[in-house]
Design a binder for this molecule. Structure first.
Ligand SMILES: [Zn+2]
Length: 387
């Protein structure tokens, strides 16, 4: 085993300039969800060059990548994942450029040894994590049907392996009222903006009585066009999140009740639309996570005792509900830097970010080899998943 470790380490050291370049190029070309043509093509060409059977465009997603190492024998199928979408205006403020390069590095390192290893190695380039749910489409297309375990890493302000993620559904709430002169004949109008405001008020009353850890947060998208016209149309967008998928569904009904109440009170017509893919809550595999942590710590990445801090949501949640999986966080900056901030963007392009990416690539590759070669570990990971 120590032999594998040394060989993975030296392989990643040998391709370090390539991984740094991939990370930096994606960092400098931030692309929004489903528009990641530069990043997807870059990853596909690197994998193709390394001998992987590579397809750009799978599951109906032009910027998704599937790359299978041609040395396939009996044994488990392990998937290494890479994300690469950025955020509007603030670029790689979630560090997905590092995820892409780290996942690529892990796949290339295991690929270099694969002819001596059992099983099957797959790299998935998974687009549109930021609200597009690329992984959900890839699961629905059956790409994970034969996968035994899946993993990726995510940059963060703390190193954490057991942290989950919240189930989420995005909702658009629109109200249709009736325009009228707001001063001359207000009695003839129906105010759609009032319905949106009443929805927020109802929700804020509800908030006191929801479970800890759940989140409902929204913005007003349309609120009328001119103060002297009774708003004919108004809309809001909400994210509804909870630690369990079922509770998220329950909260959706409660939010809908708030909106229906607002419609009744104002006379406006309600349109309640669930937008895009809902994401499931994360089920991090402890067996796999412990192994990843052991490896990543050996490269000098300090582990922060498991924090009970607030969680976001990710389509990796859906992957971990489909197969045993992990989504460990690796520290790339000081602990007080917020995710999705300009400071985090800076960290994603920093030297410290690159070093964390390289350590994560090694740890992902080593965890993959562990799962391919240790039947007992794979069995325990599956047992935990099934429990
Ligand atoms: Zn992210």
């Amino acid at each position: 085993m120590s032999d594998w470790r040394a060989r993975i380490e030296s392989h990643i050291d040998s391709i370090e300039p390539q991984l740094r370049r991939v990370s930096q190029e994606i960092f400098e070309h931030p692309e929004l969800k489903h528009e990641e043509t530069f990043a997807a093509q870059l990853l596909a060409s690197e994998l193709e060059t390394a001998g992987f059977e590579t397809t750009l465009g799978v599951a109906g997603l032009p910027t998704a990548v599937q790359a299978v190492h041609p040395a396939v024998t009996d044994g488990p199928t392990i998937a290494i994942l890479g994300e690469y979408d950025a955020l509007p205006e603030i670029g790689h403020a979630c560090g997905h450029n590092l995820i892409a390069a780290g996942g690529l590095g892990a796949a290339l390192a295991v690929g270099a040894l694969k002819s001596e290893l059992p099983g099957k190695l797959v790299f998935f380039g998974t687009p549109a994590e930021e609200g597009g749910g690329g992984k959900v489409d890839m699961i629905n297309a059956g790409l994970f049907d034969e996968v035994d375990a899946a993993m990726m890493f995510h940059p963060a302000a703390h190193t954490m392996v057991g942290r989950g993620s919240l189930a989420i559904t995005e909702v658009k709430i629109a109200f249709h009222g009736k325009p009228a002169h707001a001063s001359g004949c207000p009695e003839m109008g129906i105010n759609a903006l009032d319905a949106v405001i009443q929805t927020f008020n109802g929700l804020n009353a509800l908030r006191e009585h929801i479970k800890d850890g759940a989140r409902i947060h929204g913005i007003i998208r349309d609120g009328g066009v001119k103060p002297n016209i009774v708003p004919e149309y108004a809309s809001a967008e909400f994210y509804v999140r909870a630690q369990e998928n079922d509770y998220r569904d329950e909260l959706l009904i409660k939010l809908r009740n708030c909106a229906e109440g607002a419609a009744l009170a104002t006379g406006a017509q309600l349109e309640f639309i669930e937008v895009g893919h809902a994401y499931k809550a994360m089920k991090p595999n402890r067996m796999m996570g412990d192994r990843f942590l052991e490896h990543v710590e050996s490269f000098g990445i300090p582990f922060n005792p498991e924090l009970d801090d607030a969680m976001g949501s990710t389509d990796m949640g859906d992957v971990t509900q489909a197969v045993p999986g992990i989504h460990p966080y690796v520290q790339i900056c000081e602990e007080d830097v917020a995710g999705h901030s300009r400071e985090f963007t800076e960290a994603s392009g920093s030297e410290r970010g690159q070093l964390a990416m390289l350590a994560a690539a090694k740890a992902l590759a080593m965890t993959t080899v562990d799962l391919l070669t240790e039947q007992e570990l794979m069995r325990k990971a599956k047992e935990e998943f099934a429990a």
